[in-house]
Design a protein around this ligand. Structure first.
Ligand code: B1M
Length: 208
């Protein structure tokens, strides 16, 4: 299938066509990294840009991300076999006491769409779980929080990383509706993104 067809299918949220296209192109001998970079990543970049310009909204981004994910599921094992290096590894979780995960999942899907490996820790994640994830060797810890009562868990995670001697081994990115750039600076995190599209840009910047 032409990459253009796969791109268009992602943009309209047609997961079945995306999966079929990826399968066909792998069978036709295309490199997994080529399929990722030519067919799956560009439409996600496009959706991210349109979202930042206010031309599409969260539902459109979710629909595209789900379709991209259908392609990623087929491609991921082939990327691993082919030894294609991800841009970086991100451990992503919703902080302790908080079960909101729609935004976190969207951030994860956009990061994955951009070529990051995402370790989704889940919801209600206590500080020691973030620390354990860093011990496994991740480049970025991403914390999401939707409640004014739970975002104080973010500096606790930073303190736990400090106590474990891991703070300088990892970049820490925060986000979620009540989180602001000022809050990020106040708690000493490294990056803040107001939405999933800019989270990709921030993550790339954090890794230089
Ligand atoms: Co809740 N809830 N909720 N809720 N909920 C809010 C957040 C609230 C603002 C509603 C309100 O009162 N107006 C309010 C918080 C008030 C406050 O703290 N100031 C609230 C409350 C109070 C509660 C409960 C306490 C209600 C109760 O039980 N009395 C309870 C708490 C449960 C808990 O967590 N312990 C609760 C429960 C729930 C549901 C379970 C019913 C459900 C969650 C389902 C789920 O997530 N699976 C829910 C929902 C859906 C919402 C609203 C309606 C929508 C949240 C959402 O998904 N937004 C929300 C009201 C609202 O926002 N209008 C509300 C869409 C999502 C795409 O956006 O999550 O902001 P968002 O993510 C964005 C950015 O923030 C950013 O990128 C994302 C994509 O663009 N981002 C990051 C997020 N994480 C990031 C991480 C990054 C970078 C960017 O880097 C790592």
């Amino acid at each position: 299938m032409q990459n253009e067809e796969i791109k268009a299918a992602i943009l309209r949220g047609d997961a079945a066509t995306v999966a079929q296209g990826v399968k066909e192109n792998l069978e036709a001998g295309q490199e997994p990294g080529h399929i990722l970079n030519e067919a799956l990543v560009p439409p996600m970049v496009e959706v991210g840009d349109l979202y930042e310009k206010g031309e599409v909204y969260v539902p459109e981004m979710l629909v595209a991300a789900h379709a991209m994910k259908a392609g990623m599921e087929i491609l991921r094992p082939e990327l691993v076999k082919a030894g294609v290096e991800p841009l970086g590894k991100v451990a992503l979780g919703t902080v302790q006491g908080d079960i909101h995960d729609i935004g976190k999942n969207l951030v994860g899907m956009m990061l994955e769409g951009a070529g990051f490996e995402v370790l989704d820790l889940g919801i209600d994640i206590p500080p020691d779980k973030f620390v354990e994830a860093v011990e496994t060797g991740v480049d970025i810890v991403g914390m999401s929080g939707l409640l004014t009562t739970t975002i104080p868990a973010m500096p606790v995670v930073l303190q736990s990383l400090e106590a474990a001697g891991l703070r300088d081994k990892v970049k820490v990115m925060v986000g979620g509706a009540p989180v602001t750039e000022a809050f990020m600076q106040e708690i000493g995190a490294d990056g803040y993104a107001p939405d999933a599209a800019s989270a990709v840009r921030v993550a790339k910047n954090l890794l230089g």
